[in-house]
Write a protein that binds this ligand. Structure first.
Ligand SMILES: Cc1cc2nc3c(=O)[nH]c(=O)nc-3n(C[C@H](O)[C@H](O)[C@H](O)COP(=O)(O)O)c2cc1C
Length: 230
């Protein structure tokens, strides 16, 4: 697919069979001046790598990438490849971790029956029944810094945010489905996935190609910010 003819360094639209919206986002691992473009169309979503010698991405455009990550609960058909899965897991395991203990553990779920059982078990997880894939994010209490639940939860949460941002880079839609601390959810997920006693399920990340496109946004509120002291 040739896109150089209509690639602008900022947001642009082009008609070529389908309407797309090109959002340049820098991917450092590709090395400058490579850029990754998310091509958004009803289905499927394609990822293109473009070389542009004159590419300048402003700070606001970089931040807009973060603001563009939204919870996606409606999925279009399409398989999440093994290559994408590896990238998601690499991003998850690049998160900050207290004393670099990396207590996070992941269970990859593609089986539709297990996805449906998760959807039934989790009050906020109905979308899992239509997801292409789910990642159960757990923490191993034995591995966590000072074996403290708080560190386990903080580390796993950081890894989840990395996962969500990586899904956004890849043109996937994702949603954080809460498990911990709801006792019923923890018990059911523990049973469903045969977790050892020391392994605590934190959340399920529902993944698939996006079937909805919520607006980019921040929920910035200056009232939530204090300077120097409360
Ligand atoms: C700890 C936690 C638990 C969440 N649990 C659910 C859930 O069970 N189901 C769901 O649809 N979304 C869940 N979410 C996603 C939030 O609803 C969502 O992040 C929030 O509404 C902000 O929207 P945004 O992600 O599009 O910015 C959860 C998010 C967090 C951080």
């Amino acid at each position: 697919m040739v896109v150089t003819g209509f690639y602008p360094p900022s947001v642009g639209q082009q008609e070529a069979g389908a309407r797309f919206l090109c959002r340049p986002a820098p991917i450092q691992s590709l090395g400058a001046p490579w850029a990754l473009l998310r091509i958004e169309s009803p289905v499927p979503v394609a990822i293109l790598r473009l070389r542009d010698n004159d590419m300048s991405i402003t700070i606001d455009e970089k931040l807009d990438f973060i603001f563009g990550r939204r919870s996606i609960r409606v999925y279009a058909p399409g398989e999440v490849s093994e290559a994408m899965l590896t990238k998601l897991l690499k991003a998850a395991m690049a998160a900050p971790s207290a004393m670099t203990k990396d207590p996070w553990r992941f269970i990859v779920v593609r089986d539709t029956s297990t996805l449906s059982q998760m959807a039934a078990a989790l009050p906020g997880g109905k979308m899992l029944s239509t997801a292409a894939l789910a990642l159960l994010v757990c923490g191993d209490l034995e591995a966590a810094f000072e074996r403290q639940l708080s560190f386990l939860l903080q580390d796993c949460s950081a890894s989840i945010e990395n996962l969500l941002l990586c899904a956004h880079v890849l043109g996937l839609g994702a949603c954080w489905v809460g498990v911990h601390p709801d006792e019923t959810s923890v018990r059911q997920i523990r049973q469903l996935c045969s977790l050892p006693t020391a392994v605590i399920p934190v959340a399920v990340i529902s993944l698939g190609f996006p079937g909805e496109q919520p607006e980019s946004r921040t929920r910035y509120n200056p009232d939530y910010v204090h300077f120097g002291k409360w």
